[in-house]
Design a protein around this ligand. Structure first.
Ligand SMILES: Nc1ncnc2c1ncn2[C@@H]1O[C@H](COP(=O)(O)OP(=O)(O)OP(=O)(O)O)[C@@H](O)[C@H]1O
Length: 418
């Protein structure tokens, strides 16, 4: 069952729509991040979830009860909001701040705390390791320490849902990691639902079960991090052209902004690759993927996967098998259609030597060839009789053969082709 259900939520300020008809269900015990560009509505959403902003339309149900109609004390026992600004000017000590988490239940503040309250406060401080700071003043603490104290206060509330707006803002990178690890621990250990606005996409990806990507007051996309943080969404929402490399094991990704090469309708490019040598070349292109083809590659290898991802024509053979005659001929047919052939930095053995022969064929047919890398082919020839070197040396004698040692050179040759 959903713990928090957002139904048709619309928030307006001065008749300006800030959140536009949102629907979403937050499940109990999950770690959610809300990401999105500046002004996309993240803070407004988190404040609405905490009951601090009234919607124009729609509702937010927490355990089937409308958050805006819920009794304040009951709400504080379920939801803890951690403020964006942790640098509150106060003369309270750490312990006094954590104690505040218990007062919401009392008819008035600073009533005597019971033995049970004291136990909860002790427990809360232990969980986030602030016991030794108990009698220190809050003000002079570091950002990371302050954040831990506020987490202890949230724990002492016994809240089941933590709402955080930029919990790592203004913290050094090591503190950012520390706070997120701590949130992750509280999430796993006590099943606390975490909903955090995060600016850092990498941290969001690393720690979240699910990400909500906001754009223009709407949930643009939601789901597991690798489904949400993609080349396409980053381009659409953050306006950055990039390639994204996911490590599914660690849930880490790296993002590389790139200046893509556009394939216009006049150029038809056939890429000869294998073993992952074509991945970085294929992903440099954008535009008309109908004019891009790849061959011959083994199914499941990295180049094959990239080709499939881009939905281009791929001549494929089974994993670990050698290029058969039919696939070779299909490769030659695509070369016939192309006006440019790119030979990647691929290792060659007897299994794929037909790919080099195909380049030789292209040359004989007067096609322009771009060789990725340099003339140093020695260490890429794994044929017993060094047959690949012979073909390669022959190819590079060709008149229309160019070496591209970097993207700029490749770009220049492509421009020449237009
Ligand atoms: N009280 C308000 N009065 C007028 N406009 C507001 C108010 N609160 C928010 N907005 C506007 O609503 C939009 C969304 O604001 P919000 O703070 O929710 O975005 P955000 O995604 O959290 O942005 P940031 O990443 O910059 O913190 C912004 O354009 C903001 O200027």
């Amino acid at each position: 069952m959903g713990e928090i259900i957002i139904k048709d939520l619309t928030v307006e300020v001065n008749s300006l729509k800030i959140l536009d008809d949102l629907n979403f269900t937050f499940e109990k015990g999950k770690f959610y991040s809300i990401i999105g560009p500046n002004g996309s509505g993240k803070t407004t959403l988190i404040k609405s979830l905490g009951g601090l902003i009234k919607p124009k339309r729609g509702e937010i149900l927490v355990y089937n009860e409308n958050i805006h109609l819920m009794d304040g004390k009951k709400r504080a026992g379920i939801i803890a909001m951690l403020p964006q600004n942790i640098h509150i000017d106060t003369s309270f000590t750490v312990k006094e701040i954590v104690e505040m988490g218990r007062y919401y239940q009392k008819p008035y503040i600073f009533q005597n705390l019971t033995k049970e309250d004291q136990n909860i406060i002790k427990w809360a401080m232990e969980q986030v390791k602030v016991e030794e700071l108990a009698n220190r003043q809050y003000n002079p603490l570091s950002g990371g320490e302050k954040q831990r104290v506020l987490l202890a206060r949230a724990l002492s509330q016994r809240a089941e849902i933590f709402l955080l707006d930029e919990p790592t803002a203004n913290l050094d990178i090591n503190y950012q990691l520390e706070i997120l690890k701590l949130l992750d621990e509280l999430n796993k250990k006590f099943g606390i639902t975490i909903i955090a606005v995060l600016h850092d996409l990498q941290l969001a990806a690393k720690f979240s079960d699910e990400i909500l990507l906001m754009n223009n007051g709407r949930i643009y996309k939601h789901g597991v991090p690798s489904d949400v943080i993609t080349k396409d969404t980053i381009k659409e929402v953050f306006k950055i052209t990039s390639n994204i490399y996911w490590d599914s094991f660690t849930n880490d990704f790296t993002i590389k902004a790139v200046d893509l090469l556009s394939i216009d309708d006049k150029i038809k490019i056939h890429v000869i690759a294998g073993g992952g040598s074509g991945v970085h070349i294929l992903e440099l292109f954008e535009g008309n993927y109908n004019n891009l083809s790849l061959g011959v590659v083994n199914r499941e290898d990295l180049d094959w996967k990239k080709g499939k991802e881009l939905n281009i024509k791929v001549v494929e053979i089974p994993p670990y098998s050698s290029i058969d005659l039919i696939s070779h001929q299909e490769n030659l047919r695509l070369i016939d259609e192309a006006n440019l052939v790119i030979l990647c930095n691929t290792p060659f053995g007897h299994g794929n030597i037909r790919n080099l022969e195909a380049v030789q064929y292209a040359l004989n047919k007067g096609k322009k060839i771009i060789v990725i890398g340099d003339e140093n082919f020695q260490q890429r020839d794994f044929t017993k009789d060094k047959g690949a070197i012979k073909i390669f040396n022959n190819i590079i004698k060709g008149q229309k053969v160019y070496f591209a040692r970097n993207v700029n050179e490749l770009r220049n040759y492509l421009k020449g082709e237009e």
